[in-house]
Write a protein that binds this ligand. Structure first.
Ligand code: PMV
Length: 341
């Protein structure tokens, strides 16, 4: 449904931002505060250089309400409400009340089943805060993006990023939880993305997280081991040991899926095709190739490998699933136009 879109009142009250998705190597799974999106534990990710989101936010005092378009189609219902609730947060902080016209374009292939909420809310946080005149540093921007989607807090940064769970609730909790870049030696890192099923998820990550936290007997033990995994992976990153990074990431992801499988009722995102990719990755390792798998709230598999063997890993993964992409370390969120931060 296309509608006449009001144009923003003044060119300086519009901003366009770009952000890329990130893949967690130590997963964010579970909140201690749903409203403020405060996680139970720290997580760590790699921002990719593919599937970016570009978002323009313009202020429109003439518009009676926010207008939000995704890839040229007006958004409605729950996805629209999530965006307007986020804009409301930005307006409150800025002390301004104009409605916004939002135009978002995702370059992720439609139907590929690859989440775009991280790149989406990171780009929206930067474009909206700039358009409403807020000048946020990366820490403040990460805190803001977190409120849209937890994983978006990490897409503010390029390369590896850690999202601090922080402590406390209310204002104290809010200010203590944000992501920051993890400085690493120059790592020859890549990810092969295996799209085994592009269909919609059986259950949203939000709902699945809530159910897992509330009912899985493995949830608490996984949180404990995830905390230890974070310490280990940071040490492995520091010494540039990609094989150790992969090993820790794979066990962390499998542990997260174990918590879902033991939720009541069980949440199962992995499909037979997922397991075929895991088998192929295991064979690559036995053949001496560095390759480790991670999966999120869906059946697709991301294979961590070196940049120099990425094509070889992609060919191997293609033997078991037809749709694959190769990604490398990507940039943090940045402005294309609008006031500089
Ligand atoms: O940010 P959300 O609410 O889409 O949650 C993402 C959760 C996982 O992708 C499964 C893990 C993560 O850390 O990204």
């Amino acid at each position: 449904m296309r509608r006449e879109r009001p144009t923003p009142s003044a060119p300086e009250e519009a901003a366009t931002a770009v952000a890329c998705p990130n893949i967690a190597l130590i997963k964010y799974w579970g909140k201690r505060d749903e409203r403020l999106v405060l996680p139970t534990a720290d997580s760590l990710s790699l921002t990719l250089d593919v599937f970016s989101t570009t978002t323009t936010v313009g202020l429109s005092p003439a518009a009676p309400r926010d207008l939000v378009a995704l890839n040229g189609t007006e958004m409605a219902d729950e996805p629209y409400r999530r965006v307007t609730a986020f804009l409301e947060l930005v307006r409150r902080r800025a002390g301004r009340f104009e409605a916004a016209v939002v135009d978002t374009h995702n370059t992720v292939p439609t139907g590929a089943g690859l989440a775009s909420s991280a790149s989406g809310f990171a780009a929206l946080a930067l474009a909206a805060s700039t358009a409403y005149g807020l000048k946020l540093d990366n820490t403040e921007l990460s805190r803001l993006a977190r409120r849209g989607s937890g994983s978006a807090s990490r897409s503010v940064f390029g390369g590896f990023a850690v999202w601090r769970a922080g402590q406390g609730t209310g204002d104290e909790g809010d200010s203590s939880s944000y992501a920051e870049a993890v400085p690493t030696p120059d790592l020859d890192v890549a990810m092969v993305i295996a799209v085994v099923d592009g269909g919609p998820k059986p259950i949203s990550s939000r709902a699945a997280m809530r159910r897992t936290v509330g009912t899985s007997p493995l949830y608490r033990p996984w949180v404990e081991s995830s905390r230890a995994d974070l310490v280990d992976i940071r040490a492995a990153l520091e010494r540039g040991d990609l094989a150790a990074v992969g090993e820790i990431a794979e066990r962390n992801a499998l542990g997260m899926h174990a918590t879902m499988l033991t939720a009541r009722p069980a949440v199962r995102y992995m499909s037979p095709a997922t397991l075929s990719v895991l088998d192929r990755v295991g064979r690559l390792r036995r053949d001496g190739i560095l390759a480790y798998a991670t999966m999120d709230a869906g059946p697709n598999v991301k294979v961590l490998c070196t940049g120099s063997t990425a094509q070889q890993v992609e060919r191997a993964v293609r033997e078991v699933t037809p749709q694959t992409f190769v990604a490398y370390s990507g940039p943090g969120a940045f402005l294309l136009s609008g006031a500089a931060r």
